[in-house]
Ligand binder design. Structure first.
Ligand SMILES: *Cc1c(COP(=O)(O)O)cnc(C)c1O
Ligand code: SF4
Length: 325
């Protein structure tokens, strides 16, 4: 099966694949009149993620994460195209630096599937820049940078050759001691993570390596994510997870508790629970701070401290993520 067969770009075909077993979830997550068949932020779902939905104990939750609805068309005050101040923090086309001595690379515009709540859903991705060269040139003049974060889009969707060029360009810069990858591919396209495995293993000899996965619901974790995380852990990677608090997806204590526990069983520690970034078209996913705080208070009673994520929000212009107390 080639890559083209591993993704759905057409909603009717995707819904047909989910089949009658998911009819109730589909009816609840998006009735035909609420579905948006030609959304501005295009639909994309991997076959792997579709299979996760099919076998999920709560298929509706996963479906809401990727099925476009007309709710996204709502114009809600305070929801904007650049909610986290990426554009003013842009240093080179693909380098964003907001925090002292640490930089983030927008490695690619591509993802394994498109999340409807994405904070970069309106981001003006540059078409196909030579990322490795740009990053290398920028690092040449920024020898104070010690942590480089590969983000996107999803950095692990780069071809093995391009991904290697990028990390090798970073590795040339002695000041960079920590390489961090933010990715959703362990749950969206585990097959693509495995393509990079040889290199990922090698990297831990050069850098402190941190992988921050983005998993929002326990049903996103299966045997395949377990293999990916297991191999990375065995290769010396530190594994952390960030989630976004999403109404109708994970805004209850039972789901958050189960997410933390299942992550831990796969070798991953919960890191952040993000309050939703206010990107245009995501307002229907928002849970209030009050809800967020009471959920954290509740899971704190049910879990060891190391399984309780930090509740944060990103405020444009601040020098770190902002904890919510
Ligand atoms: C979120 C973010 C980071 C990482 O922040 P941590 O609090 O270390 O996880 C770094 N750079 C940018 C531009 C970010 O948005
Ligand atoms: S994987 Fe990340 S960057 Fe890609 S659509 Fe989802 S939230 Fe956005």
């Amino acid at each position: 099966m080639d890559d083209a067969e591993k993704v759905f770009t057409q909603i009717p075909e995707f819904l047909e694949y989910l089949g009658t077993g998911c009819a109730e979830a589909i009816a609840n997550a998006a009735t035909p009149d609420k579905l948006d068949l030609s959304p501005k932020f295009p639909f994309l779902c991997s076959k792997h993620y579709a299979d996760l939905i099919k076998k999920a104990s709560e298929p509706e939750a996963l479906l809401r994460e990727i099925l476009p609805t007309r709710d996204e068309l709502a114009n809600v005050p305070g929801f904007v195209d650049d909610p986290v101040g990426d554009l003013p923090a842009g240093k080179a086309d693909c380098v964003i630096q907001k925090y002292d001595r640490r930089a983030l690379i927008v490695s690619t515009a591509t993802c394994g599937a498109r999340c409807r709540f994405c904070f970069r859903k309106n981001y003006p991705f540059q078409s196909n820049p030579d990322v490795a060269k740009q990053v290398s040139d920028w690092l040449d003049t920024h020898s104070d940078i010690w942590e480089v974060i590969l983000s996107g889009g999803d950095p692990l969707t780069l071809s093995p050759g391009k991904f290697r060029d990028l990390v090798e360009a970073i590795a040339m810069h002695g000041s960079v001691t920590t390489l961090r990858i933010h990715t959703r591919l362990p749950v969206m396209r585990p097959d693509l993570v495995m393509q990079h495995f040889e290199l990922l293993r090698e990297l831990s000899a050069r850098f402190e390596c941190v992988l921050v996965s983005h998993v929002d619901h326990p049903d996103e974790l299966d045997e395949e994510s377990q293999v990916v995380f297991g191999q990375l852990k065995f290769s010396g990677w530190t594994l952390l997870n960030q989630s976004v608090l999403l109404k109708g997806v994970n805004d209850n204590a039972k789901t958050l508790e189960s997410l933390s526990r299942r992550l831990f069983m796969q070798g991953v520690l919960p890191y952040y629970l993000h309050q939703l970034d206010h990107a245009n078209g995501v307002a229907h996913f928002e849970a209030s701070d009050e809800t967020a705080l009471s959920l954290i208070a509740e899971i704190r009673k049910r879990l060891p401290g190391y399984l309780v994520p930090k509740l944060v929000r990103e405020i444009a212009g601040e020098k770190s993520k902002t904890p919510i107390f």
